[in-house]
Each structure stands twice: as structure tokens, then as C-alpha cells.
Design a binder for this molecule. Structure first.
Ligand code: ATP
Ligand code: MG
Length: 240
């Protein structure tokens, strides 16, 4: 079952007189249930790739199919509807609304999806509690630590049980201990069946994923299955 299929995707940006290819002929397939880390230096095209996968941006050329749905002929409204239904986003800067408490922040995407007030509240409380935020339900972001804020952002991403979770440097603004906790949370979600694409410039974090895709100058230069490699090594040893 394929979640993501990018076929020869290019994304061109105009910079003054020049054209810059932020994505240069990228083809990528990700199956349901995978945990993929996208790594690469600053400016290599990671966020452009995530925005494309997240239907926040459209390719200049090439095609993108999300969970079996071809997106190239869609209107902005259709893309937004598909995005809301299928994708949960987690960002480096959490992107919580400062005037809303935890419950209200988590409820926000549910409002766009037309879920009624009572159901919204129940789902928000449930997902916040499941992430260990039960004691902070009515706190505002500025009353929380960075790690707690990221948990609220993850709760918001998860509330509608999206098929795909996209995380752009989710641990970038956290200290290493809290960052590891967030990473472990993502690994748990993946164990439960969520498909995760995580963007990072940190190789240590990427090693925790099952698959590592390296991008440079808008091109995929490497695509390796991290844990499969470990399994293969173990298997080699057993066979010997
Ligand atoms: N809206 C835009 N207009 C023009 N150029 C852009 C735009 N967005 C990105 N770029 C360019 O595309 C290239 C890739 O940018 P992108 O943000 O995808 O990199 P990145 O790998 O996410 O970097 P970082 O690790 O710093 O976040 C860069 O050269 C950038 O300057
Ligand atoms: Mg980026």
C-alpha cells in the first residue's frame, strides 16, 4: 500500500534573473507504515520536499500521488481538503496559537474539518491525555516547556488520526533529552502503524528511522533502509 509517490518532481523558484531548482527530478515512493528520515544540508530542498508532500506547495513539473489520489489536477480547495483529511504536521517552532489553551489548539484543525463541538472536545482531551498532557489541558503555550509545547503540537497533528505525519525538524528547538522523548513518541506512533516522514539535518536522529533518504542540491543522492541494514547484519552473523 503506497502512501507517497513522487514521480520526477521538479520545483523551480525564481531568484531575480535566475531560476533555482529546489527539487531536481525527485522520484520517491513511501509505503504505508514506513518511518522515513529526510536528511541533507541547509538549503538542500528538505522543506520544499516536505511542503510538496504536505500539499502546501505544488511541483513545477512531475506528479504527486498521495494515498492513491492523484493531485496534479486538483484545485486549491481540493488540495486543502485532502491535506486536512490525510496529513498531520509537526514543525520545529510548534506553531501553537498563544491565546488558545492546549485543548483549543488541538481542536483547531477539527473545526476546519467540521467536527462538532462536543466531539472536538472529547477527541482533544483524549489525545492530549494519551501524550501525558492531561494535567495541562487548560494551560496556554507560554505556561509550558518546549517539550510540552511540542507534545501539544503532536496532539494537534494526531487528533484526526491522519494517514501521514510530516515532521520538519520536530526536535530542532528542543534540548537533546526532550528531543529524544519526542523522537521516541514518534517511534511509538510508527509502531502503531502511522506513516511518518521526518526531516532533520541531524544524522543521529535519522538513524532512529527505518529508512534514510539523503538530499543534496534538490536531488536524492542516497536511500537506505537503516534498521533493515541492522537486521541484515544480524542475519549475516547467524548464517555464518
Ligand atoms: N519561496 C521561495 N522562493 C525562492 N527560493 C526558495 C523558496 N523556498 C525555498 N527556496 C530556495 O530553495 C532551496 C531549498 O530550500 P529549502 O527550504 O527546501 O531547504 P532546506 O533543506 O529545508 O534548508 P534548511 O535545513 O535550512 O531548512 C534554497 O536554496 C532556498 O533558498
Ligand atoms: Mg527547512
Amino acid at each position: 500500500m503506497q502512501m507517497i509517490r513522487l514521480d520526477r518532481v521538479c520545483k523551480a523558484y525564481r531568484q531575480g534573473e535566475q531560476e533555482l531548482l529546489a527539487l531536481d527530478n525527485v522520484s520517491l515512493e513511501v509505503d504505508q507504515g514506513e518511518f522515513v528520515a529526510i536528511v541533507g544540508p541547509s538549503g538542500s530542498g528538505k522543506s520544499t520536499l516536505m511542503n510538496t508532500i504536505g500539499l502546501l506547495d505544488v511541483p513545477t513539473t512531475g506528479t504527486y500521488t498521495l494515498d492513491g489520489v492523484a493531485t496534479e489536477k486538483m484545485s486549491d480547495n481540493q488540495m486543502a481538503e485532502l491535506r486536512n483529511r490525510k496529513i498531520g504536521f509537526i514543525f520545529q517552532q510548534f506553531n501553537l496559537l498563544p491565546k488558545l489553551n492546549c485543548i483549543e489548539n488541538v481542536e483547531l484543525p477539527m473545526i476546519y474539518n467540521g467536527i462538532d463541538r462536543k466531539m472536538r472536545r472529547e477527541l482533544a482531551v483524549q489525545v492530549l491525555e494519551s501524550l501525558g498532557m492531561g494535567r495541562h489541558l487548560t494551560h496556554r503555550p507560554n505556561q509550558l516547556s518546549g517539550g510540552q509545547q511540542q507534545r501539544v503540537a503532536i496532539a494537534r497533528a494526531l487528533a484526526l488520526a491522519p494517514a501521514l505525519i510530516l515532521a520538519d525538524e520536530p526536535t530542532g528547538a528542543l534540548d537533546s533529552k526532550t528531543g529524544n522523548e519526542v523522537l521516541e513518541l514518534l517511534m511509538e506512533l510508527n509502531e502503531k502503524g502511522n506513516t511518518i516522514v521526518l526531516i532533520t539535518h541531524d544524522n543521529h536522529i535519522a538513524e532512529k528511522a527505518k529508512r534514510k533518504v539523503s538530499i543534496r542540491d534538490g536531488c536524492i543522492v542516497e536511500d537506505v533502509r537503516v534498521r533493515d541494514e541492522v537486521a541484515a547484519t544480524v542475519l549475516d552473523e547467524v548464517m555464518l
